[in-house]
Design a protein around this ligand. Sequence first.
Ligand code: AHR
Length: 521
Amino acid sequence: QQPVISVNPAFKLSDIDDKTYSGFTEHMGRCIYGGIYDVDNPLSDEDGFRKDVIEALKELNSPVVRYPGGNFCATYHWQDGIGPRENRPKRPELAWIGLESNQFGTDEFMKWCEKVGTAPYIALNMNTGQYIRPYLSQRQRPLTSIQAPSMKANILTILPALAWVEYCNSTQDTYYANLRRKNGHEEPYNVKYWALGNEMWGPWQVEQMTKEDYAKKAFQWAKALKLLDPSIELILCGKEGQDAWDYHVLKECIKFDRHARGNDGCLIEMHSIHLYTCSNNHLENVTAPRAAERCIEMTGALIDLVHAENKIPSHVRKQKICFDEWNVWDSSRANGRDGAEEKYTLSDALAVATWLNAFIRQSKYIGMANIAQSVNVISPLMTTKYGIYKQTTWWPWLLFCKYMRGTTIAVNVQSAEYEGSTKPDWLRGAMETPWLDVSASIKDSVVSLVVVNIHESKSFSTKLDGIPSGANVEVYTVAGDNIGVINTAEKSEVEVKESKWEAKELYEFPKASMTMLRWKV
Ligand code: AHR
């Protein structure tokens, strides 16, 4: 069967949120230290930030970067990371079993974001609040301007979070806003996005929670945070979007109260889900991101269900999905405690391309998505002492970041399917897995069509419907000698090849490749 791809630029489906191309920097492995911050390296600027990393990330034009974790959040105390560096305490780090020097903290991250041209997204520590200190030291040190007079243990834990928002965003004459000023930052940072914890369900978390405990606490935190700053957007901690956890926390936290501050009476703006896919079997590897697509559909359905069940008025904006950790990662292949420095193959690059196709196809649900992570840790971008290099996965990531913006448009593919084993197993039957994985967008009258040929050894001569014959098409191809090739600091086996094509009826999509075709309508 000859494949047929029909694209219809006039049939607009939904807007692609620019935040689909967001990043993530965690105090993990060499992401912060040795990645974005490398104080003794001649490649760094006067603030200790790696200039080559900043330049590379600027090209992606990512609107948002998440910080400081990840699992790291669970025992992170943001006040350890502000003020004069020589006074900052070193702490044991329990997520990745290391030592946190706190030489890079909130103010450094804000400055780095400014240099990259991106906005910060902070994940709050909902696990351990603060080292015993707050209760014992409240007389010596005001915690936040809105603290309650009698503090119970569960109230205590939110105070550092409120204090963090106050430090970052307040313009008032209050303790933490003044502390920011004292640290040299007169103007507020206006951090808009705040996550209510990270993977709170995970057995690996310090102070893991049940869904009941989390939902109760998240709702109360959301209320208090919005009292302090109604302009912020809150991101609820979900799982993979298809779990009893997701349903329960959505049901308990997506409520309407016309007095509530934020989103027209609803405290939560987005629901976070996480997924990493990977397999050493190429076809399992490149089809696994379809599971993410199914998770997105199911999360969208749960949000709809909860709106109906909780009788949320129709004027309240539906919560979007914040897919704030996604990527190709096998933790047995690249262990977190060793810094999780994956070496990505061409197969992985194609998997990243199918991940991104899924985001485009499902753009109506996606409010933000953050590649995990931006530098060194399971990342497309790597540093060495002497420079940076781009892994295979960088190239599809770059092409999507640059061109797949605007609006998702209708595209139909008729192609034979891969019918072997899938990872996870439930994927088989839940989603289609055609040999050609396709998405399309339009921006400023330019159509971008992405076709990932997942077949390892077969190219497909494909009939293209919807590209006017003779149109001048820009072609970007990501391919390599075989699916196992990797890029290193010394040698790039996979890059983007650019060419031109005068549109005809048939296009041959090479084996194991990603192709982006762009033309003006
Ligand atoms: O991105 C690496 C880790 O994966 C994050 O810290 C955690 O949230 C997830 O399990």
